[in-house]
Design a binder for this molecule. Structure first.
Ligand SMILES: Cc1cc2nc3c(=O)[nH]c(=O)nc-3n(C[C@H](O)[C@H](O)[C@H](O)COP(=O)(O)O)c2cc1C
Length: 159
């Protein structure tokens, strides 16, 4: 048995991780933010590179380009509500999503970006390059530091 799918609905069968990408300066509530992302992948072992695909309209992309750094916060159960709520549904233009969502956050160790302490793991990244791809921008970063905050299972889903 086989069923022909259109490309868009076929791609919805890909398992996707759930992360919150944070950017900006933790100490400047008006210039920090973050967004939920599912189009995320490891892309190189040495150096350790990660990729996030971000729509050009996202405020988080603006912050990330401004400072050349970001963090990928891997979402487990404790952050799930904030990922689907504030971080995945509202823009951070004029809104401090960290205060709004009341998630616990701290400044990065090797970057200035906010790290979310309810993540399972936070990966601090330096921006390596951006590549336009269709209607999104591939953001490629090198992982320069990582902190583990918990033992929860990371969330993986299909659309
Ligand atoms: C489950 C989920 C996955 C998402 N994945 C992505 C993604 O991979 N890339 C993207 O550009 N937006 C994605 N979004 C949408 C952004 O998180 C959303 O537009 C956010 O409000 C942008 O915030 P910002 O303008 O403050 O950056 C996703 C949203 C949800 C709820």
């Amino acid at each position: 048995m086989s069923l022909r799918l259109d490309p868009d609905s076929a791609l919805n069968h890909l398992p996707q991780p759930l992360v919150i990408v944070t950017a900006g300066d933790f100490d400047k509530p008006s210039r920090r933010g973050g967004m939920t992302a599912a189009w995320v992948s490891r892309v190189s072992m040495s150096p350790p590179l990660i990729m996030v695909s971000i729509a050009p309209s996202r405020y988080t992309l603006e912050l990330l380009r401004e400072n050349g750094e970001f963090a990928v916060n891997i979402v487990g159960g404790r952050l799930e509500k904030a990922a689907y709520g504030v971080f995945g549904s509202k823009t951070g233009r004029g809104l401090d999503k960290i205060a709004e969502s009341r998630v616990k956050a701290r400044r990065g160790e090797k970057t200035r970006v906010p790290l979310l302490e309810d993540a399972t793991v936070s990966l601090e990244c330096r921006l390596v390059k951006t590549v336009e791809a269709g209607d999104h921008v591939l953001v490629i970063g090198e992982v320069v530091n990582a902190l583990k905050f918990g033992d929860e299972q990371p969330i993986v889903f299909t659309s």
